[in-house]
Write a protein that binds this ligand. Structure first.
Ligand code: ZN
Length: 249
């Protein structure tokens, strides 16, 4: 960690292959687009793009071991991610790996397992143009809000609306308002075991959300916040710990 954060950008990579409109927005894939931005940011040691079609679905033991933070985008193929790999990612999060879950990743196996709820929500893709989203920073002192304005807007987005069935976030950084009237908790933080999780809402595949510098900045800030904290000492002992003070006086 001292030399920087090692990031794996996990992208399902299905829409990009089968849909010309998505390819127009993300010719090299959404994962590539996010990685391209991250590689230029300070404190990022390296960025690997992984996809469902990779060996071991991009989630090999070796790759996970060398990942400090993973970002997760999925939509069409959540159920194609094998449970044995979900188990692996889950174990790594509990052991300290950060996880940044993006947009429709709210329905991924890994996010639902970590949350323990249905993670369902309302959604609307208004014709082909979507609608305006205004994201308000509601926790300006939070590290994920660093460098963000009071609010920022995405002109064309898919709407996600409450109720979003998640456990109450430990910290809520962003709330979205949509032109159609709905609101949504758009930037949410949790701890699970030694790991930290950040959910960030924007990122529908047919809109150029990951070309927007502020949306990318939130992802980058989320990566920095979820990056593992160096352990300060052994947290568990297999034997009965020797007391630090004598117990029999
Ligand atoms: Zn979407």
């Amino acid at each position: 960690m001292a030399e920087g954060i090692r990031v794996t950008v996990w992208n399902e990579g299905v829409h990009e292959k089968g849909n010309a409109r998505v390819r127009q927005v993300y010719p090299k894939g959404m994962g590539w687009q996010i990685a391209h931005y991250l590689k230029k940011q300070p404190r990022i040691a390296r960025v690997r793009v992984a996809e469902l079609s990779d060996p071991e679905q991009g989630l090999s033991e070796a790759a996970l071991k060398q990942t400090d933070v993973m970002t997760w985008w999925g939509h069409k193929a959540h159920d194609k991610v094998l449970d044995k790999f979900v188990d692996r990612v889950h174990a790594r999060v509990l052991d300290g790996m950060g996880l940044v879950v993006l947009h429709s990743g709210h329905y991924s196996k890994i996010f639902k397992r970590l949350m323990g709820t249905t993670c369902s929500l309302k959604w609307r893709e208004w014709q082909d143009v979507g609608e305006k989203e205004r994201l308000w920073v509601v926790d300006p002192a939070h590290p994920i809000a660093e460098g963000l304005p009071e609010y920022f807007e995405l002109p064309n987005t898919e709407m996600y609306g409450e109720h979003f069935d998640i456990p109450a976030p430990e910290q809520l950084v962003l709330i979205s308002w949509f032109q159609g009237g709905e609101v949504f908790r758009s930037g949410c933080c949790w701890h699970r075991g030694k790991g930290k999780i950040f959910y960030f809402r924007p990122g529908h595949e047919t809109f150029p959300i990951y070309h927007n510098d502020l949306a990318l900045k939130v992802i980058y800030n989320g990566i920095r916040w979820t990056a593992p904290t160096p352990a300060t000492g052994p947290l568990r002992r297999t034997n009965i710990p020797v007391p630090l003070e004598p117990l029999d006086q």
